[in-house]
Design a protein around this ligand. Sequence first.
Ligand code: SDX
Length: 433
Amino acid sequence: MPKTALLKLDEKEIALPIIVGSEGEKAVDIAKLRSDTGYITYDDGFGNTGSCTSNITFIDGDIGILRYRGYPIEQLAEKSSFVECAYLVIYGELPTSEQRAKFSRLLTKHAPLHEGMTRFLSSFPRESHPMAILSAAVNSLGAYYPHLATNNHLHDLEHFDEAAAIAISKVRTITAHTYRVTRGLPFNYPRPNYGYCENFLHLMFSEPYNEYIPTQEVASALNLFLLLHADHEQNCSTSTVKMVGSSGANLFASVSAGVNALWGPLHGGANMAVIEMLKSIHAEGDDGTKFIEAAKSGKGEARLMGFGHRVYKNYDPRAKIIKASFYKALASLGIKNDPLLNIAMKLEECALSDDYFVSRKLYPNVDFYSGLIMRAIGIPENIFTVMFAIGRMPGWIAQWREVAVNPKLKIYRPRQIYTGKTVRDYVPVEQRQ
Ligand code: SDX
């Protein structure tokens, strides 16, 4: 393997170091390119640009590999839990039983909200989008817990464990309180003896006259959904969290920015867009065939939501796993013939056989089935992307920590190629056209 790449520029030849990762991924280190040549690189959308090295998640998009800290997602999905994976992703190792117990105690301790926050959540209009409330509420954790948001955390992570537990545990309570307050329902309060997912479903769906106890299959489906979303290397929202964290901003401010990036329909908003797409196809009396033709024509808005991926050019391994769990949850809920599911199967069948999609490597991604699973559980559509944020919280925290502890931290500040107007003189208003 050559140690350097030779670049010939304007009759100059410079050697750029080659970086090789633990899985054999290769990169050309261009840190000195601008100082040595005056050139920068250009890569719209950063599809070919590595922003960092990281020890957390490995993805091989060509063959559909996803591992958290070296553990294959298939094994974690079968043997682990969301809370255990959250610990693994953040701290780098599977927890011992003592570590797991301590982590669970922290999550239990921090499940309830500051009473001021419950009033804050109640102040939003009922028609507010839950992602708008979530990003505001997560950022406000820095106000309710100021000792955790001093913004001098760089290389000083004295309060990190507590801040991480607060973010992971309270994002669940904030979501449930948002669901209830926008429907005029009384808040539920966390049960100290419930597991992470069981507590969330209790907070969401228990009524004063009826405690919500999920079936094992529903609780497992939700646990799997969150586990599969725990981290995904340098995706749009995670890169946003690291960008904000690189300025020295505290954890809550940084992950709040991640919530906003995730909201977009091309990213975390896709799970909601999938259901809207299936419902509109169903409303047209189409079984999916006409929609596929429209998507292929590339005209209008007919994009197959839940298909395609910047990295996976093969089947998203998470989609495979979640699809299998989805059927078990349906069966436990007694849901037999779901028209949207039939359309989803038709779209998948077409996308996997039609050359338009196969040539563009547009396979179902994690969002294709996750919307169907949440709909089956009874989670309202406008909370689907919030559920993605709950799952992704450990990854955002872990990736933020890599920035915060980096002794050679550089603030993220990309360059640009200016293509605007060249220099010109000011024009008084009376002379302007
Ligand atoms: C997530 O990055 C991550 O890791 C994200 C994520 C995570 O865990 O954090 O995995 C979560 O965000 C999954 C993706 C969810 N988004 C969707 O399902 C929205 C629908 N998908 C697309 O919008 C699209 O596939 C993207 C945004 C996901 C990826 O876009 P790319 O890689 O930039 O691909 P592209 O837009 O350059 O498209 C390449 C070609 C184009 O056709 P041509 O111009 O070559 O003719 O494929 C076409 C696109 O028009 N195309 C689609 C399509 N996605 C791409 N055509 C129809 N339907 C689609 N879904």
